[in-house]
Design a protein around this ligand. Structure first.
Ligand code: PEP
Length: 253
């Protein structure tokens, strides 16, 4: 039985004072959400402070990106061992904003996935199609290609050491969510694609949904059989919304 997992992605938002309030409120409000895993991925400068705030709490810590190299002359970049130093457990790789705004290719994302595994982090591989690709009937082709690049790099069984997040680009930050049936269809397609390579990995790997998940749509999405939780952007910046999403994951588990 796969455990539900809810990860907040703060993106480039926050500040020392607002983070402290948000984290305190989230931690107190998710205390009833036992039996599921919860984490927040915060901007790099706040990892140290957030790690202190979350010490001993059930909310885990993650980062939003990683450089694929271990160290060296890569100005402005952050390595896996640095993230481990700040108690990160998760790291997002291949978020659509990184792919789109910063030109990250499938191959680079796969290298980042591998670097995260080597550092002892749990990579969260984000995959998803644009609206044009969906309208052209290319959804499965796009997400399979994104996934296959990682499989080529690390082997299919290593997918179990990370998490997959299906995030249709047209649903991210737009207020437009995939319907539970639309999301489930892609989650099942991804799981079947993996099953053709390794059935144990297909059964075990968590596949999260992301894209305008909020308190009022989380339960119906998380109740689908192949949706194992969510990657939450905007709603993770509000303690009431994020904790309601976490409690929906518990209700669906
Ligand atoms: C995200 O950034 O991964 C995301 C899903 O954002 P939002 O929930 O705001 O659509």
């Amino acid at each position: 039985m796969r455990k539900k997992l809810v990860i907040g992605n703060w993106k480039m938002n926050g500040g020392r004072a607002t983070n402290a309030r948000l984290l305190a409120d989230v931690v107190s409000r998710v205390s009833g959400a036992d039996g599921i895993d919860i984490a927040v991925c915060v901007p790099f400068p706040y990892l140290g402070n957030t790690s202190q705030h979350l010490f001993g709490c059930r909310v885990g810590l993650g980062a939003q990106d990683i450089n694929e190299h271990e160290s060296g002359a890569f100005t402005g970049e952050v390595s896996g061992s640095m993230l481990i130093d700040f108690d990160c457990h998760f790291v997002l790789v291949g978020h659509s904003e990184r792919r789109d705004l910063f030109g990250e290719t499938n191959e680079r994302v796969a290298a980042k996935f591998e670097a995260a595994l080597k550092s002892g982090l749990e990579p969260v591989l984000c995959v998803g199609e644009t609206l044009a690709q969906r309208n052209a009937g290319q959804t499965n082709e796009v997400v399979f290609e994104q996934l296959q690049a990682v499989v080529d790099r690390v082997g299919v069984s290593r997918l179990q050491d990370g998490v997959i997040a299906y995030e249709p680009v047209w649903a991210i930050g737009t207020g437009e969510t995939a319907s539970p049936a639309q999301a489930q269809a892609v989650h099942l397609a991804l799981r079947d694609y993996i099953r053709a390579l390794d059935s144990q990995t297909a059964n075990d790997v968590q596949i999260l949904y992301g894209g305008s998940v909020k308190a009022d749509n989380a339960l119906s999405l998380f109740s689908e059989p192949d949706i194992d939780g969510g990657l939450i952007g905007g709603a993770s910046l509000d303690a009431d919304s994020f904790s309601a999403v976490c409690l929906s994951a518990k209700a669906a588990s």
